[in-house]
Design a protein around this ligand. Sequence first.
Ligand code: GUN
Length: 297
Amino acid sequence: MPATLIDGKAIAEQINAETIVEIARLKNQCGVTPGLAVVLVGENPASVTYVSMKDKVCARLGMHSERVSLPATTRESELLANINNLNLKQEIHGILVQSPLPPQISEEKVFAAVSPAKDVDGFHPLNVGKLANGDPTGFVPCTPAGVHELLIRSGVRIDGAHVVVLGRSRIVGRPLSLILSQKAAHANATVTVCHSRSRNLAEICRSADVLIAAIGVPGFVKADMVRDGAVVIDVGVNRLEDKTSDKGYRIVGDVDFDAVSQRALLITPVPGGVGPMTIAMLMHNTVRAARMQHGAS
Ligand code: GUN
């Protein structure tokens, strides 16, 4: 039987509806509108698309948003000065610096320059450390948090499951492995992180109850890497040239969707799976940041 689709768009809308309630509560309690600043350096086409989607969702949810667009030639010191301004700005509660950054800029330095209290991306070393320590007072990166929420709200039993994460990136694979292996409700998984140097990759994937692909290689996960009845989450967002499409490209995931969906029990589509969840979690984190900065309950 073909897999059931996990509808990330619908689940993201549930979360957005909850966020709208939180925003109203914060306005009533403290007269505060949560504000998000998104910093974009250069014109990476995928980043431009992400950033404009974030602006749109902010507006739809009734949040304040500011965009800081800087040229690709920006010096690291100029970017750090911009971040410092945003750290000091009262009406901004969350700051996101879109990755990737141009080569003359150190991502480490930039992420460490964002005030930890406004670090809604969860990339500041303090928040990374809190996640590693199991301290829930920090911010968790949005894509892994979105994958976790997607699993919970789809009724997937994580406790005791073998979760295989393909990819060890700072943005997805590594934080996801920390979230799912935590000693906590909706976690307690046995997590295996695979990467480009892993031996016996297909065999490890076949032993997964939940397989999460976050490597950025189109169609990498084939049907023979998936156990019958597994849950498959596709984090990949890859642009493939497609002259038949208006845009000249189409977006595909890291999973060979048609073949794998004949094997899996549940699967996320691309687009419409993890993508909308990332934005929903960003909005959720921003409202939480505003609440914490204003001492609201
Ligand atoms: N680039 C791709 N995903 C992300 C993300 O979640 N946050 C930031 N800042 N940059 C990204």
